[in-house]
Design a protein around this ligand. Structure first.
Ligand SMILES: *Cc1c(COP(=O)(O)O)cnc(C)c1O
Length: 495
C-alpha cells in the first residue's frame, strides 16, 4: 500500500490566519509582561495544584495551539524565576530585554543549525566573536565560541589549555601523564573550574584553593609559595585562574600580577570573567581589569550582566591551534567543501563540544546593535553606583552589618542584634531571607562570608532604581526586628 500525502504538513498550522492571530496575542502579552513587571511580586512559589499539572502522562492527542497557549498563561507564565523584577538581586542574573526576547523568537523561527555553513547565522556569530575580542582585549586571530554559559566555556578553555600542557592526554589518556598538572585558583573561585578540571580527567586533588586577602582577592604571595612547594614535590604547575568578579563578593583578582606569575612558571592563565569581564568597558573600572588582555583564555556571560536572554556565554582562546587541537576531529560526513553550503570558513563544531547549535548569536547581535555598547557600560556603572548606595544605607543602619567590601556590584550584609550568638544570627538571617522572598518584596540570595550567613545582593539589574534599595533596607530592618523579637521571646521561627 503506498502513502498518499496529506494536503498539509501534520505539524504546520491547519488554519494560518488563526496562527497569525495567536502570534499577535503572544507578542502583545510579552510586551505588557515586561512593561508591568514592577506591579507583580518579585517571586512567588508555584502552588501545589499548579505543580501537579506537570505530572501528566505523555499526551496521545493534541489540544491545539490556542489551548496550549492558554495553558502556558495559566500554569507557567505566572511562576518565573523572578529575574525580570527590579528587586531581584539573587545569585547573578540577567533581566532580559524585550528585543532579546523577540530575537530568541526570531532565531527559533529561522531554526538555523549553527555549526558551520554559508548561512547568515555563521556570519552573525563571527561578527559577535570579533566584538568579543574587543570586549576582552584579545588580538584578531584569537578564536572563540558562543556557548550556553561560562561553565561550558570553562570546559572549552581548560581543554584548550590541556592541549598545550598535556597534548598526549588526547591519545593515551591522562593516566599516561608523568608529573601531575596542577591548577591554582583562589578559594572564592566558581565551582565550574573544578568541575571542568575533573571532567578533563585531571583530578580535583590537583586543584589548589589559594587563600584570599581581606578584599577577597587571591593572595599572590601564598600562590607563589604553593607553586614553589608543588614544584619541589615534583608536580607540574599548569593553570592559574584569575577571577574578574567573584560570585560571592564581586572581587577582581590582581590580573596583571597573575599574568606575571603564569609567565614566570610557564602556566596557562585563564580568567573567569563570567560576571565581570564586560565591566572592562566601564571607564571608572577599566584599570582594575588590566592584565585580563594578557590571559590565554577567558569566559564571560552575555546572559548575566549584559541581559541577553539565557543561555549565551562566550569563551575566547588566544591560541587558535590549541582550541582546534582539543576539539577538531575529522569525519567524512562533516568535511568541508569548496563550494556550496559547507564552504564557509568557520566550523564552530571544531571549536567546542556542541555540534547541533542554536542561533544564539542572534540574541547578542540584536541586543548589542539596538542599544550600542556604551549603553551597557552605563547600565553597569549605574549598578555599581547602586551597590555603593546600598552599602551606605547598610552602614548607616545600626541593626545592619556589612560583611564584605563592595568591590563591584555585590553587597553582602546581615541583620544583627546584640542579644544573639553566632548560630542564632545565622538562623535569624536565614529566616529574614525567606521572608523577603516569600512576601514577594525582593530576592537577594545568600552566601557565607568568613563563616557568617549573609544576605547577598548582586546588582546587575537594569530595572532597579535607588528607591528599590531603600525598600530593601526598610523591609530588612522591619522584618529583622520582628524576627529578633520572636527569638527573644523564645518562640523561634528562626530554627
Ligand atoms: C555564573 C558564573 C559561572 C558559571 O556560568 P554559567 O553561565 O552559569 O555556566 C562561572 N563563574 C562565575 C564567576 C559565575 O558568576
Amino acid at each position: 500500500m503506498h502513502h498518499e500525502d496529506l494536503s498539509t504538513s501534520r505539524l504546520d498550522p491547519q488554519d494560518w490566519p488563526a496562527a497569525t492571530a495567536l502570534g499577535s496575542r503572544m507578542v502583545a502579552d510579552l510586551v505588557s509582561y515586561h512593561r508591568d513587571v514592577r506591579d507583580r511580586p518579585a517571586w512567588q512559589p508555584v502552588p501545589p495544584e499548579v505543580r501537579s499539572t506537570f505530572t501528566a502522562p505523555l499526551p496521545r492527542e493534541g489540544i491545539g495551539a490556542d489551548a496550549t497557549y492558554d495553558r502556558f498563561k495559566d500554569t507557567i507564565l505566572p511562576y518565573p524565576t523572578g529575574n525580570l523584577h527590579p528587586r531581584f538581586w539573587g545569585w547573578v542574573m540577567g533581566n532580559g530585554t524585550v528585543t532579546g526576547a523577540f530575537a530568541g523568537f526570531l532565531a527559533n523561527a529561522m531554526n538555523c543549525m549553527t555549526w558551520a555553513g554559508d548561512q547568515a547565522s555563521t556570519y552573525v556569530e563571527e561578527q559577535v566573536l570579533t566584538w568579543c575580542q574587543e570586549i576582552v582585549g584579545y588580538p584578531a586571530d584569537a578564536t572563540g565560541l558562543l556557548v550556553t554559559g561560562a561553565s561550558m566555556g570553562t570546559l572549552v578553555a581548560l581543554a584548550s589549555a590541556r592541549a598545550r600542557f598535556a597534548p598526549e592526554a588526547t591519545t593515551t589518556g591522562v593516566a599516561s601523564l608523568g608529573a601531575r598538572p596542577v591548577l591554582y585558583a583562589s578559594r572564592e573561585t566558581h565551582l565550574c573550574v573544578r568541575k571542568a578540571w575533573e571532567l578533563l580527567g585531571l583530578g580535583s586533588d590537583t586543584v589548589r584553593m589559594i587563600p584570599v586577602t581581606d578584599a577577597f582577592e587571591i593572595d599572590v604571595a601564598a600562590l607563589v609559595d604553593t607553586i614553589d612547594a608543588d614544584v619541589a614535590a615534583g608536580l607540574r604547575p599548569a593553570v592559574v585562574v584569575g577571577n574578574a568578579g567573584t560570585v560571592n563578593t564581586g572581587a577582581i583578582d590582581p590580573l596583571a600580577a597573575l599574568a606575571d606569575v603564569s609567565a614566570r612558571y610557564g602556566m596557562w592563565f585563564h580568567v573567569d570573567g563570567a560576571i565581570g569581564a564586560p565591566a572592562r568597558a566601564v571607564p571608572s573600572l577599566a584599570a582594575r581589569f588590566v592584565g585580563l588582555e594578557r590571559s590565554d583564555s577567558v569566559v564571560f556571560d552575555f546572559h548575566k550582566w549584559l541581559h541577553v536572554p539565557y543561555g549565551v556565554g562566550c569563551v575566547m582562546v588566544r591560541h587558535p591551534e590549541l582550541q582546534r587541537a582539543a576539539f577538531e576531529k575529522s569525519s567524512a560526513y562533516l568535511s568541508a567543501t569548496t563550494q556550496g553550503f559547507l564552504s564557509s570558513a568557520t566550523v564552530f563544531g571544531d571549536l567546542g563540544l556542541e555540534l547541533s547549535r542554536d542561533f544564539r548569536a542572534l540574541k547578542v547581535w540584536m541586543t548589542v546593535i539596538e542599544h550600542g555598547w556604551s549603553a551597557f557600560a552605563r547600565a553597569m556603572e549605574d549598578n555599581c553606583g547602586h551597590a555603593r548606595l546600598l552599602a551606605d544605607l547598610v552602614d548607616a543602619a545600626p541593626d545592619l552589618e556589612r560583611l564584605a567590601p563592595v568591590s563591584l556590584n555585590i553587597v553582602c550584609f546581615r541583620y544583627t542584634t546584640p542579644h544573639l550568638d553566632a548560630p542564632a544570627h545565622d538562623a535569624l538571617n536565614q529566616q529574614l531571607l525567606i521572608e523577603l522572598q516569600t512576601r514577594g518584596i525582593a530576592v537577594p540570595s545568600h552566601t557565607r562570608v568568613n563563616g557568617a550567613f549573609a544576605l547577598r545582593v548582586a546588582i546587575t539589574n537594569h530595572r532597579s532604581r535607588a528607591d528599590d534599595f531603600r525598600v530593601l533596607v526598610r523591609e530588612a530592618r522591619r522584618i529583622g526586628a520582628e524576627l529578633a523579637r520572636d527569638a527573644d521571646r523564645g518562640d523561634v521561627a528562626v530554627a
